[in-house]
Structure formats: C-alpha cells, structure tokens
Design a protein around this ligand. Sequence first.
Ligand code: URA
Length: 237
Amino acid sequence: MRLDKLLCDMGAGSRSQVKQMIRKGLVTVDGEPVRRPEEQVEKEQRVCVEGKSFSYVDLEYYMLYKPAGCVSACTDKRCQTVLDLIPDRKRKDLFPVGRLDKDTEGLLLITNDGKLAHFLLSPRRHVDKTYKVRVRGELTKDHVEAFREGLDIGEERPTLPALLKIHTSGEISEAEVTIREGKYHQVKRMFQAVGCEVLYLKRISMGSLRLDESLRPGEYRALTKEELLGLQKEIEV
Ligand code: URA
C-alpha cells in the first residue's frame, strides 16, 4: 500500500499533512527516511514519524469500562465520547459495538472489525447481554416470571425471554438481568413495564466477553487472544 495511505489509516494525520511530513523527511521505513508519499510499503514494515511508530495494524479490539457521562459515539460536539477514552488507539476507523446510554456504565467493545460487530449486534443472533441493575421498587418471583415470559414495552412484540436474578429486594432492589435483544433503552423500559425505575445500570457481559473486574470506569485494555477467539467462535456457530 502507499506510504501516505498507511500513515493516514493509522491516524498520523490527514492525507495532505502526511504527505508534507513525508516530503520533509520526518518519516522512516525500517529505519530509512523515505520522501515519496507514493512509496509502496508492506504491512510488516516498521513505519515511524519522528521516531513514533505508526506501523500497520489491521484490526484492533479494546474492552472499555465505559463510565457514566460519556456518549457511545465516535464524535460529539459537546460530550466526551468513548473513543476519546482510548488515546493509544492506532486505527482511525474504530467504533463502539452498540450503544450504552450516557448514564449507563460498563462493558463496551471498541473495534474496527465490522464483521464481528455486525454479528454481535444482529437482532437475529440473540447475543446475550448481562447487566447489573439497581432499581427503585421491590422485585419478586412474579417479576422473574414476567421477565421470562416477555414484557410489553410498547414494541410490536413482547420482549424475548430474559433472565432476572434478584440479589436484594426492598425499597431499592438489586439484580442481574440477561437480555438477548438490544432495543433502545431496553432494560430501563423492561423495568418500567413492571413498575420499577432503574437507578443504576452497568453492563457486565456481551456474548462470551466479560468486563475485566480489574478495570475501573474510564479504563480500557486490548482484548486477549482468548477473548477474541471466544467471540470469533460465536460467529462460526
Ligand atoms: N438498556 C438500557 O436501558 N440502557 C442501556 O444503556 C443498555 C440497555
């Protein structure tokens, strides 16, 4: 691929900025300065701009512990986005796989792997998503049954069976809920349908991927090989 395209894809700058950097002699390929933007380079070659590596990376996968207050978008004029929280990212085409509400915390996969994202988000695939939830209102066995049977949240059809595990019940209750769809505000609307208000929501898993408990809100890390393989295996099924 062309050197200027590689650098541009890897987020070194706009095409014209990158061309200028190359012409100024700031760019090296395997340690040798290269001054032609159209120079052909292989993906394996070491490309640096003023000593900083911009070597080619095809696909990136990050697990982010999304904090409340930032938006699940790539750009936003007013709010911090989930991509702002990943300064080490190499690719400029990363995006969050699905959305969490601004006030929801927890697991968000950030990648540029469109095929994997498409699978995880496909309504036909019914990928499990588990959330920890704190609600105002008591939770009982009847709620567990209602979640299992499916709830009317104002859509054409009731929700698919969901698994509700009650941890504590009282004026404020805590539970874990696993859903297999991803409708807008789905968990909040499901609790609303049984007369409870969601006060706190945190996603802890998506398919085989579980939020790393050592991460704190706002922190992230690359997926391990095992985590990625686990997700890729789900695609094959
Ligand atoms: N359900 C919600 O209501 N909000 C989220 O952010 C995710 C699931």
